[in-house]
Unconditional design. Sequence first.
Lengths: 189, 600
Amino acid sequence: MTDCFALLNEPRRPWLDPDTLKDKMHKLSAEHHPDVAKDASVDFTEMNAAYHTLHDPKSRLRHLLELEFPGSLAGSMDIPFDINRLFETMARERHSVGVFLEKKSHLKSPLEIALLSSEKIELLGVLEKLLGVLTQKLDGIFMQLKFIDAVWEDDRASSRDALVDIYQGVSYVGRWIDQVREDVLKLNE
Amino acid sequence: MTDIVGIDLGTTNSLIGIMDAGFPVLLADSEGARLTPSVVHFPASGEPVVGRAASRMRVIDPAATVYSIKRFIGRRAGEEAGDVSYPLAGNAGAPVRVKIRDNEFSPEQISALILKKLKADAERALDREISRAVITVPAYFNDAQRNATKLAGELAGLTVERIVNEPTAAALAYGLDKLGEKSKIAVYDFGGGTFDISILELNQGVFQVISTNGNTRLGGDDIDNALVAHMASLAGIPDATPQAASFARLREAAIDAKHRLSTQTEVAVDLPFFDGEKSLSFTLTRADFERIARPVVERTRTHCLRSLADAKLSPADLNEVILVGGQTRMPLVQEFVRGVFQREPNILQNPDEAVALGATIQAGILGGTVQNMVLLDITPLSLGIETFGGLMNIIIPRNSTIPIKAGEMFTNAMPGPRAMLIHVLQGEREMARDNWALGRFELEFEPAPKGHARVGVQFEIDANGILHVLARDTKTGVEKIVEIQSAVDVSDEAVEKMISESIEHAFDDMSERVFTEAKLKAEEMLPAVRKALGLIGDKLDTDEKSKVGALMGDVEQALASGESQRLKRANAALDEGTQHLAALIVERAMEEARSRAKTG
């Protein structure tokens, strides 16, 4: 497996500042992008793939776990309790949005859709609130991640389980945020 | 090393340019014009005519004059509405062909004729041969449309050095003199046939596209068609088809009126004996026109919001919104963009030229005459394969910087030598069948017990946004380039399905079905209007109220008459006549929400 950290000359650790990493990629691109590269010694496509892996927290964590703790992602994993609870709230709210969108999809005239405005505004408010809760949750998970990052050098081994939990948290909550954003877009369509 | 030219191959107009002393310069034809209409006329005898001369033939010989061919490039017949004045051929599911007299032409061949004309004009202007080019495409073009555009270039005798996205090219032109800056910009590109929105980050000469969204079937043509339909109904020929002789005259007048209404507030439309008998003469105000065009312009909103969401930005995070494409000359479009992005848009002096200038800059980057600039473009659509249960498994997500590659490991589910069929898709939908099928390929396994053969497949999207697939047997180390059978060229189940669907569509014209659908719509609409009037009728003045009442009466009478076309028209009129009522209802709902927020 390619070590994306090594490829981009980054330390192998849980947290990387996204903006710093992006600036670095911009500098590397200005030198190595095939359109402008003076020599072809660097595989830009590979470098770019590595950047995408490291820039996204979820794929970075997955990659880190695979490198540091092979096998840690195999088998069934217990879903953390708080994530489970969050899912119930989310599924309930998203269900009512789904019902509304289904109803709206059958309407063709602008006036009929306009008559649903109050309901739509109400649902948008609900989703807004939900998005707030989810974003806060994700921020909390990132805080934990930064905390582990701070003690990473001294004690990698004991971080394993916490990192697996965090990886799951980032995967689920990140995906839910995308889904709720998509719902908001669909409601506004 | 020969020069590389930059070409904007547009739906309506095309342009060509070259770098000169560090600046992009557009080249004019022998008549001194930089804009070449993307129109090809096939005379009864002799060579095809391209450009302005061909454009003049549109009204005279509409069946042998091809325009807006870009809408059909890389597409299957039946996918795209055939609402053009020239006949299309090809069975549903097969690649689109244009039928001129006894000959059939592919969209690539027709595009190649346009490119040849641009090439010849450039060679005349520069007095040297041209053989290499950068050609632009809408950012939202898929793999098949990009490949077809590349092929068109090759047919015209050009080596296509790069396919570059139109809004990205426009950003290069905008940013040429801002290389020291760090900023975020949006490019709103509303052309003749396509709409794109792209968000970019500019950082010390690096132009990184962050997100893109769009619709390859949304453009000025839709506005023109809506205006033509309005004019046809005024002229008393509401059912005129695009193939009718009168249609070309109406369309010409509609486009002319649209152009003039960008600077004038009303125009006189005068068409004496436009079909030999009927005449049409009326005044079109800008307000009338905007009422007709607004629904088309509104359709760009969701793409703008999606590109912002994908970029994880709000309008306030942007430093600039740039308008590109001819449609952005319309005051309505400018006002719309102002509303969506909550800022004054940057109205380029020549919105038609920015894309060609950018293509020329990219040609300069590739040729080495432009230094300190590099473009990091993205793939607009997610790439994936079909997996268990007919789901799409994403391998390269949309908005990934290109060139990029990703690997996927496959194993044999059965013992012995087996081949596995891999179905490659592009799109954002969860179910494989809802996405665009790029094609399929067979993966061969060496004989091995179940689960033991391993073949790694590498998907690479190159800098043109075009897919390449490489399979590697991890045991033998044998690599091989996989030929994907293009979905456009091959007839498969997906195509079968499309055919059966288009057969269903063929029955759309059947009066009975049309009437049933229109009747359902009327029966939903009438109570909705009554309800809306009950809620908010007091806000309408008497005039409007009685107008709505009359329109409802028309629908009721049409229902009783059993005439499907009449009912469809009455429904449409009621839809249009209640636009203001709908707006008031939305306003009221928002007002209520605001006051609830205050008290609660």
